[in-house]
Design a protein around this ligand. Structure first.
Ligand SMILES: NC(=O)c1ccc[n+]([C@@H]2O[C@H](COP(=O)([O-])OP(=O)(O)OC[C@H]3O[C@@H](n4cnc5c(N)ncnc54)[C@H](OP(=O)(O)O)[C@@H]3O)[C@@H](O)[C@H]2O)c1
Length: 253
């Protein structure tokens, strides 16, 4: 029965939804009964192909791709307004879009620093701000912010990324306290090493070394992360808020 699905009838907005972890969240949310609007940034064709595939697989549910540049407040605001217009109701925001620009801090230029901070951290402001009041007024909903093990523990070569993802966790905890009384949960999910385009850029020898640090000696899949995101988006997680939950195969224990 469709109504028994954990996200039945929920309206979800996902940034960075056309590939990697975001695409896995979009897929699973639809399979669990949600209507989904997702943002894409660089590849409209890929986003439209995913939406067509999922719309055919889930007739009667919305699966809408929209352009989103989350590092820019004006663009993010236009995305948020347009996304709301495509949903009968809005319950879940997944702030997933992110980038890495790895280099040692000694070599990092200001452009790399600002791009990483703008995309991963400023986006918490630019995307969440216009979407907050609808959730607060509704007195219910969930915000899930994608952080990283890098933000929890710090990773050399990722000073900007670690700073941004640690900022995501601070933002998550503070906002959870601000709006908990309105029935809106706010949690962070911190993936470790997940097999997506982002980790495909890691040189082979370094990837093997990183795998050796993981108890199961393997990177996770985007679906491993999506399952937690969709659980946190559901009513089953209504008593979980302000948390940063790692999905890393025990990278650091
Ligand atoms: N993979 C990992 O091991 C790992 C580990 C920890 C945390 N994470 C985090 O998980 C999230 C998803 O990462 P992923 O592994 O799925 O990476 P990915 O495959 O590289 O995908 C990144 C996503 O972010 C979107 N994006 C990038 N810059 C954007 C911008 N300025 N505006 C809007 N969207 C933008 C991309 O959109 P387009 O495709 O349209 O460009 C894409 O959908 C990120 O926040 C990342 O930091 C990943």
């Amino acid at each position: 029965m469709a109504d028994d699905l954990p996200l039945a009838g929920r309206g979800c907005i996902v940034t960075g939804g056309s590939r990697g972890i975001g695409a896995a969240v979009v897929r699973l949310a639809l399979a669990q009964g949600a209507d989904v609007v997702f943002g894409y940034h660089s590849d409209e064709k890929r986003a439209r192909a995913l939406a067509e595939e999922l719309s055919a697989a889930h007739p009667g549910r919305a699966c809408v791709p929209l352009y989103a540049q989350v590092a820019d407040a004006g663009e993010a605001g236009r995305f948020a307004t347009a996304a709301l217009g495509h949903l009968d109701r809005f319950d879940v925001l997944v702030n997933n879009a992110g980038v890495t620009r790895d280099t040692l801090f000694a070599r990092m230029g200001p452009q790399q620093w600002h791009e990483v901070i703008a995309t991963n951290l400023d986006s918490m402001y630019t995307v969440t701000k216009p979407l907050l009041m609808p959730l607060v007024k509704q007195r219910g909903g969930a915000i899930i912010n994608i952080s990283s093990s890098s933000g929890l523990h710090g990773i050399p070569g990722q000073t900007a990324y670690s700073a941004a993802k640690a900022g995501v966790i601070g933002f998550t905890k503070a906002l959870a306290k601000e709006i908990g009384a309105r029935g809106v949960t706010v949690n962070a999910v911190a993936p470790g090493l997940i097999a997506t385009d982002m980790t495909a850029a890691i040189p082979q020898d370094k990837a093997e070394f990183l795998k050796s640090l993981i108890p199961g000696h393997a990177f996770g899949s985007p679906e491993d992360v999506a399952h937690l995101v969709c659980f946190l988006a559901s009513d089953r997680a209504r008593y979980i808020t302000g948390q940063a939950i790692e999905v890393s195969g025990g990278l650091v224990v």
